[in-house]
Design a protein around this ligand. Structure first.
Ligand code: MG
Length: 170
């Protein structure tokens, strides 16, 4: 039986991860409209990863006989003017998600729920990678984004990203 606070936070995280997927689909849509298919691809793949994250929390709750409640996913509320804007919004969002994961982790530790802390270890590491990726995109845009040829090269690089299933399985 999961601790009630921990179970509620885990359930909330399903929604947060689906929102992340929604947010990144919105980013993808922005870049697609700008003709940057590589950036659009990168965020479409990222959205798939976020959906996987949501499903891991969903499955974890079910595996532990905890009820799952699916709430409404908020509308991404973002208006971008520059090519850099989504990248910075992405980093801010990942830092926010890191905070959410750490809050669940702290609650699980408090409840001596070591099964959940072990489950969350993967997400702690994953968030480190997400923040690094977000920083890297910003750096690339700072370095090359103002030059059309540079932007073309970055877009071509991001076009090569392919989806891979999460390394965590339940
Ligand atoms: Mg995520």
């Amino acid at each position: 039986m999961l601790n009630k606070t921990v179970a509620t936070l885990l359930n909330d995280q399903i929604n947060k991860e689906f929102y992340s997927a929604y947010l990144y689909l919105d980013f993808s849509n922005f870049y697609e409209a700008k003709g940057l298919h590589g950036f659009a691809n990168w965020y479409k793949v990222q959205a798939q990863e976020e959906r996987d994250h949501a499903m891991l929390f969903y499955q974890y709750l079910q595996n532990n006989n905890a009820p799952v409640t699916l709430e409404a996913i908020p509308k991404p509320d973002t208006a971008f003017s520059t090519l850099m804007d989504p990248l910075q919004a992405g980093l801010a969002h990942e830092e926010y998600v890191t905070g959410l994961i750490h809050t669940i982790y702290a609650a699980a530790q408090e409840a001596k729920d070591f099964r959940t802390t072990q489950f969350l270890d993967w997400f702690v590491k994953e968030q480190g990678e997400e923040e690094t990726n977000s920083h890297d995109l910003i750096t690339k845009m700072e370095l090359f984004g103002s030059d059309p040829k540079g932007l073309y090269m970055v877009d071509s690089e991001l076009a090569a990203r392919t989806y891979a299933a999460p390394t965590l399985t339940l």
